[in-house]
Design a protein around this ligand. Structure first.
Ligand code: ADP
Length: 277
């Protein structure tokens, strides 16, 4: 009897200990979750403030810059050849720099707008969208003797304007970064689990392996302004657009042998939850 009593008491004590440990663990998990939620909220808030700051700064810089650019242009037109040769060079540099800053601010504003001024998602026919983008790029396509081919493309769920921008940036780069041969670009899409995988393939100069990820960073450029003009914001916009749609973007490439940019767009339910997040 005594032996049984001791065993029951020990078991009870052990159960008590387990219960206590469990409660303790649960309360620590709850506390940690609350801390993480708070940290996440603070991070989201500071992200939002940073975005707003970038937008307002870029927006407000436009007005004085317009004035600098306008007067630089006026000076160059009115005084070219009337001062000395050095002054002409300085005036041209001034006009070019104002134009460059204008391009950077325009693209930076576009980048800031992806999250803050996106439109609601709708079913979007990529065949139709591609036709519109090709029309918009008609000048560059003719100018480079480029050829663009399309496979039948799906209808996806997303922000039509932003998806057009994504396509336009990728095709535009394919036209711009071409090698000796005229640009050839092919656009296709394949079905994978719960998503579409799009591919924009070109026959251009390609990208070295070490740069395959960093090309999507804002202001990241691999060439001089003289060789290939640009602001280094196009692919950052593409990445932001794809992320807003709950997808992924990456590039596979071999220098001298062209690049293929891939991006995924999830089915409607997943895209909607990405938008709500
Ligand atoms: P930008 O074209 O204005 O420089 P992007 O963000 O569109 O900016 O591209 C970043 C860099 O990635 C480019 O400067 C270029 O070096 C490289 N790049 C982008 N697209 C291609 C491509 N299709 N082929 C080769 N290099 C590319």
């Amino acid at each position: 009897m005594r032996g049984i009593t001791i065993e029951v008491t020990a078991r009870k004590a052990y159960e008590e200990f387990l219960k206590h440990s469990n409660e303790n663990l649960e309360s620590r998990v709850a506390q940690r979750t609350a801390e993480l939620t708070k940290a996440n909220e603070a991070l989201a808030q500071s992200n939002l403030e940073l975005q707003q700051f970038a937008y307002v700064a870029a927006h407000d810089l436009q007005t004085p810059l317009r004035s600098i650019g306008g007067f630089a242009q006026l000076l160059a037109e009115s005084y070219r050849g009337r001062l000395d040769a050095q002054a002409d060079v300085w005036l041209d540099t001034l006009v070019r720099s104002a134009q460059r800053m204008h391009d950077l601010i325009r693209d930076l504003l576009g980048y800031s707008r992806v999250d803050s001024q996106g439109s609601p998602f709708k079913p979007t026919d990529f065949n139709q969208l591609c036709r519109e983008v090709l029309e918009a790029l008609d000048g560059s396509i003719r100018g480079t003797s480029g050829k663009i081919t399309l496979d039948p493309l799906p209808i996806v769920y997303g922000d039509r304007t932003q998806l057009g921008q994504l396509l336009q940036n990728l095709i535009d780069n394919g036209l711009k970064y071409h090698g000796q041969e005229a640009p050839r670009i092919h656009i296709s899409a394949s079905r994978s689990e719960g998503e579409w995988v799009f591919a924009v393939r070109d026959n251009g100069i390609g990208i070295a392996r070490k740069h395959l990820e960093s090309v999507f960073d804002i202001f990241r450029r691999l060439h001089t302004q003289k060789k290939y003009p640009g602001t280094g914001i196009g692919l950052a916009v593409c990445r932001r657009v794809v992320h807003r749609h709950g997808g992924r973007i990456w590039v596979e490439s071999e220098p001298g042998r062209g690049s293929t940019f891939y991006f995924t767009l999830p089915d409607r339910a997943k895209a909607e939850s990405a938008l709500a997040a």
